[in-house]
Design a protein around this ligand. Structure first.
Ligand code: SAH
Length: 220
């Protein structure tokens, strides 16, 4: 591995291991998730000036008023999707810098990731390509419509909080598939998990969270 990928000092393997230990202490148990997060170089998904903070368990700014999600939340969402014992593609809404897409790409066959801000989408696509995450398909669109052409999906995750669960996403969940997304509930947000069971959808809340809001339409 070259020095950029491996990282030095505050981006070194030891610093990364500390993050993984934090995630494990916070309750993340799935070893596939922990090892994917150990492998993905988060410092290459943020601005160089923030690289030394990349392995802290916090959200960080990525420009355009958006953030890279907190590692714990990325891990929690991936863990929820991995509970589904089925193979197939997954859909991510809100690519941002592409970090969660990269983690998902280590865990699932194919990842479709949709971003509404053109510059972020193009940057993430280039970054994922140069880091060889070749099983991620980045799209520039309003993600809450999903993308049926590549579905149905065994898992869907959203990284932006919505007031409701769009019908389009439920319709693109494969049988036994799972949707994980933040929902606005008054002044707070809850991370909810919806399962597509043979007798209908079931929903439960797993955590109070803080995501950027869903915005409709695209920016070229
Ligand atoms: N997945 C990212 C998190 C990015 S923050 C990570 O790995 O850290 C959430 C992203 O959702 C922002 O980039 C924002 O532009 C995007 N977003 C908000 N509303 C959207 C919509 N309707 N369609 C697609 N992306 C959307």
């Amino acid at each position: 591995m070259n020095a950029t990928l491996q990282g030095i000092g505050m981006t070194s393997a030891r610093t990364r291991k500390r993050l993984i230990a934090n995630l494990s202490d916070a309750g993340i148990r799935n070893t596939k998730v922990l090892s994917a997060m150990q492998d993905v170089p988060r410092h290459l998904f943020v601005d160089e000036a923030l690289a030394t903070r990349a392995y802290e368990n916090t959200a960080l700014p990525i420009g355009f008023g958006q953030t890279i999600s907190q590692p714990y939340i990325v891990a929690l969402m991936c863990e929820q999707l991995l509970d589904v014992e089925k193979s197939g593609p997954v859909l991510e809404i809100g690519t941002g810098c592409g970090y969660q897409a990269a983690v998902l790409s280590k865990l699932f066959e194919k990842v479709v990731s949709i971003e509404r801000i053109g510059d972020l989408c193009r940057q993430a696509r280039d970054r994922l390509f140069s880091l060889k995450f070749h099983n991620v398909h980045c799209m520039h669109a309003d993600g809450f419509q999903g993308f049926i052409e590549r579905g149905p999906y065994i898992g869907i995750v959203a990284a932006a909080a919505s007031n409701d669960v769009p019908e389009a996403l439920l319709n693109q969940l494969a049988p036994a598939g799972r949707l994980v997304m933040p929902i606005e509930r008054g002044s707070t947000q809850s991370l909810i998990v919806i399962d597509n069971n043979p007798d209908g959808f079931t929903e439960r809340e797993i955590e109070t969270v803080k995501f950027v809001p869903r915005v409709s339409g695209i920016i070229p």
